[in-house]
Write a protein that binds this ligand. Sequence first.
Ligand code: ADP
Length: 253
Amino acid sequence: MFNQSVHESRSSSRDRTDDRESTTAVRLEDVTHRYGSSGGRFRSSDERTVTALRDVSFDVPTGTIVGLEGPSGSGKSTILHAVAGLLVPTEGSVRLRDTDLAALSDGERTRMRRRHIGIVFQRFHLLPSLSARANVALPLVQAGVPRSDRRERATDLLEAVGLGDRTAHLPGELSGGERQRVAIARALSTDPDVIVADEPTGELDTATGGDVLELLTDIGRDRAVLVASHDAATLSVADRVITLRDGRVDDDR
Ligand code: ADP
């Protein structure tokens, strides 16, 4: 249904074909995370400490969609936050390509996230006062891309997600599915290697969710995608599904 696929919309200036071959984009090794343990040190006396992840290890190769499933509280969001560099796990390592996120300063980690990670949330998180195009261009402002290039890239991406005729609309003037497509275009604006998505179809009806899943599938052709969901249709687009239970990997298939 989309005019131009998001796969084709990848910047042609960088030919990734060679380094795309069997590259591990994301690697988690023995990741344990405890919330409420100050400075990363576990105080067993602290009753508010929650062990959200225990010895979680898996890879997400480029060109692969990995689904994360598990009951509420099983650790899905904590994994997405760790991969996005929004939190540093108490133990273990999260690597983006060859970079251990824990070895970076906060500023370096933020730059790494802005450059290499696209994030898609269940509730879109668009700025209501900005047009669809300005929302998509926002990460490019932070990346220092010149205005005319931002405009062109944002327009191209909105066309790729089937919203070429909605570039000037505000989020409040768009349907839920259209908003999520704007959010996906925004996540792709910096041409990231990795996309993390938290219940991307959670707010959408089945048909609209299907459009979003079609987009995710397209994105997963040349990026690493990690998608957390309870929804069987969403998990069905994953090449592999990891089941979490109480912060541990219960199944990996
Ligand atoms: P899921 O995404 O699968 O619902 P989460 O990763 O959000 O699971 O949560 C895993 C565990 O960590 C849960 O027990 C939850 O209560 C706890 N948790 C999540 N965020 C925090 C936080 N900021 N502070 C303390 N505990 C948290």
